[in-house]
Ligand binder design. Structure first.
Ligand code: SF4
Length: 702
């Protein structure tokens, strides 16, 4: 018997835990946490520790499919490239789009981005990360001049106060939650504040829970800014030397008094005062924010309202002091680095700067460089629906389940001339609408890099052979690119080749204004790439061993190197419930991942919550005569969702909560996001998943 251990990275959430995969005779028999991985130091959550239960070939797509029939790669690639050529020739490059995923590796992202932006000539590439952290990206850029996460997980060990806002860390990022719980054990004076309309599992360690009115977060943080100004809690020196925009903030928050904030947020003045005093009177404060902030029609403003409070008090760039957006997906951050969003170029470069477009074009020898931003996710599927986009390649994501107004996505795909789906699974809600399916490798087979929420680049190492004819996503993209005539630009031998090119493109020689690159990794050998240990970008001559914290030097990436305080006018969600309606909140549960194509295979994971449930406040249940565990129907605009009632005081009387995971593959009428209206933040394009008005009725009369 031969046995071995392969060090790799968990494919689920943005915590990015290191995983030791234990093999016997080439088969995965167990997983454990990598003891020296800086994200998890040997720990895994229940999803991560069940990984070996989800790695099998059941349900895998093993050959390309053309119009529902198995075929071979040559036939399917020829079909795709011929159709793409014809569509682009007749309708122009903007008739093509990629919709990719925070699940794919940085190397996959890089070549997809290069093909569409450099050679097809459109920036119509967006990602399901748009649904997850796009608002935080824009908030960072407005405040710091670039999309940079200032802090890291270790800050939790140095903080006096940790605020979780719009984040059920205990379920969505369990290992970071465990790190926080441990930090609190080590330092009992550490205070934890949870700001969330729901009483979630994260409240188990909270000293204070603020169950605010859904969507009122920016009122609360503007109220905090008012409190800090009124109580002389500003860091005057930091503001004078490192920030712009104080006067505008002072004007904006002048009326956001304690009394007004209590009214706006539906909280008591005592609750708010408690929170404000903790923030104002402690030096080291970390504010972790996630989808409850980002998934909003004003998510960018909410992010900036939080960042403002850190800048006003200089609580940034120091151990234990940071606003910290934590990403949802394993490689949401990697996608940001290679420009995998419609409004970005690679290496944090920008379509708004002609010199950046020119630099990328020269580096790639691009034959048809895109000059303008492309369509963001919701707009992209609108363009599919109305025929502006005639070909779309969907990779490692399931938009028929995950996009807002998900039924519209079905109709859009049905009307599209060419739908290509790359997936490891044979049958998904989305692949049913594909003209061509490409079988893709998945975790255990894929080989490349991912970047986690705190900027650690880690290797995901393939240790099993791809089943059937499955290929890596980057290989499928390169095969199509070659058939489109771009042989030379897409002639990679392996993922290391792509990584070196990405690292080289990221570097700006002698450019002190930019410090986001990994240019020092551009010359690594295949063996060095294979053995790469986790490292936090940037990795360059100034930071050869990476950089754990940004802004510790007080220098931001704006023209005058000062941070921008952004005056924010808070507003409630676009749609508020009418009489008879309640606000629907959707989100993750502890033991499932996205649309369950992998975690749904584990009986152990299904034990936690086995079927879709609707959390309902007892008062709402009483009004609607709904009994616990009864089947209920949620509806809006003729669309319905059916699930069992879980009557609980953990949700407010004006709200419901349902998990986002179930779909037509697992239960009928259980696609949560079909109820979500396609409203997005105007600045980030991130949809408002958290605030959909619905009616709830018993399915069967009680
Ligand atoms: Fe995987 Fe996230 Fe769990 Fe870590 S916390 S084991 S990355 S799911």
């Amino acid at each position: 018997m031969t046995s071995s251990i392969v060090k790799t990275t968990c494919p689920y959430c943005g915590v990015g835990c290191g995983v030791d995969a234990k093999l016997e005779n080439g088969n995965l028999i167990a997983v454990s946490g990598t003891t020296d991985h800086p994200a998890n130091y040997g720990k895994l959550c229940v999803k991560g520790s069940s990984l070996h239960e989800t790695v099998d070939h059941e349900g895998r797509m093993l050959t390309p499919m053309l119009h529902g029939q198995p075929t071979d790669w040559d036939t399917s690639l020829a079909y795709v490239s011929d159709k793409m050529k014809a569509i682009v020739a007749e309708h122009g490059p903007d008739a093509f789009a990629f919709y990719v995923s925070g699940q794919i590796l940085t190397e996959d992202y890089y070549v997809a981005n290069k093909l569409i932006k450099g050679f097809i000539g459109t920036a119509n590439i967006d990602t399901n990360s748009r649904l997850c952290m796009a608002s935080a990206v824009v908030a960072h850029k407005r405040a710091f001049g670039t999309d940079t996460v200032p802090g890291n997980y270790d800050d939790l060990n140095h903080a006096d106060v940790v605020i979780l806002t719009g984040s059920n860390l205990a379920w969505a990022h369990p290992i970071v939650y465990q790190r926080l719980a441990n930090a609190k054990k080590q330092n009992p004076s550490l205070k934890v504040v949870v700001i969330d309309p729901r009483k979630t599992a994260s409240c188990d360690i909270a000293d204070l829970h603020l169950p605010l009115k859904p969507g009122s977060d920016a009122f609360l943080f503007n109220g905090l800014a008012h409190h800090l100004i009124a109580h002389n809690k500003l860091d005057d020196s930091f503001l004078a030397n490192h920030c712009n925009g104080l006067e505008a903030i002072q004007q904006t928050v002048i009326n956001q008094t304690l009394q007004q904030t209590a009214q706006d947020c539906d909280l008591t003045e005592d609750q708010i005062n408690h929170f404000y005093s903790l923030f104002a009177n402690n030096e080291r404060v970390v504010t972790l924010f996630s989808q409850g902030i980002n998934q909003s029609s004003s998510g960018v403003d909410k992010g900036n309202a939080i960042i403002n409070c850190h800048l006003l008090t200089g609580k940034i760039g120091k151990p234990g002091a940071a606003p910290f957006s934590i990403t949802g997906q394993p490689n949401a951050m990697g996608g940001r680095e290679v420009g995998g969003l419609a409004n970005q170029l690679a290496a944090h470069m920008d379509f708004k700067k002609p010199e950046h477009i020119d630099r990328v074009a020269r580096f790639w020898n691009a034959t048809n460089m895109a000059k303008n931003e492309g369509l963001k996710a919701v707009d992209m599927f609108d363009a599919v629906a109305d025929g502006r986009i005639k070909a779309i390649w969907i990779m490692a994501t399931n938009p028929v389940v995950s996009m807002p107004d998900a039924d519209r996505i079905k109709a859009a795909l049905q009307s599209c001339d060419l739908v290509i789906v790359s997936d490891s699974q044979a049958m998904t809600d989305t692949s049913q609408y594909a003209d061509v399916c490409f079988p893709a490798t998945t975790w255990a087979e894929k080989d490349g890099t991912v970047t986690n929420s705190e900027r650690f680049i880690s290797r995901q190492r393939g240790y099993l052979l791809p089943p059937g004819d499955a290929k890596h996503d980057w290989q499928a993209i390169c095969e199509v690119a070659k058939r489109l005539g771009y042989e030379e630009a897409f002639n990679y031998e392996n993922s290391a080749d792509i990584f070196r090119e990405h690292a080289a493109l990221s570097g700006f020689e002698n450019d002190d204004e930019r410090d986001f690159d990994i240019s020092l990794l551009s010359q690594i050998s295949n063996a060095e790439y294979h053995n790469l240990t986790p490292i936090q970008w940037p990795v360059n001559t100034r930071h050869p061993n990476g950089r754990s914290r940004f802004f510790d030097d007080g220098r931001f990436y704006t023209a005058d190197r000062k941070a921008n305080l952004i005056a924010v006018q808070p507003r409630l969600p676009t749609y508020t419930p009418n009489s008879g309606q309640v606000t629907l909140n959707t989100g993750r549960i502890r033991d499932q991942w996205h649309t369950m194509t992998r975690t749904g295979k584990s009986a152990r994971l299904l034990e936690h919550i086995a079927s879709p449930t609707v959390q309902i406040h007892p008062e709402t249940a009483r009004q609607q005569a709904i009994a616990n565990n009864a089947l209920v129907k949620l509806s809006d605009r003729g669309i319905s969702y059916i699930a069992r009632a879980e009557i609980t005081e953990s949700v407010r009387a004006d709200s419901l909560f349902i998990p986002m995971h179930w779909n037509d593959m697992f239960a009928s009428h259980a696609r949560a996001n079909s109820l979500v209206r396609p409203i997005s933040d105007a600045l980030s394009g991130q949809p408002e998943f958290k605030h959909s008005p619905v009616t709830i009725t018993p399915l069967v009369a009680q």
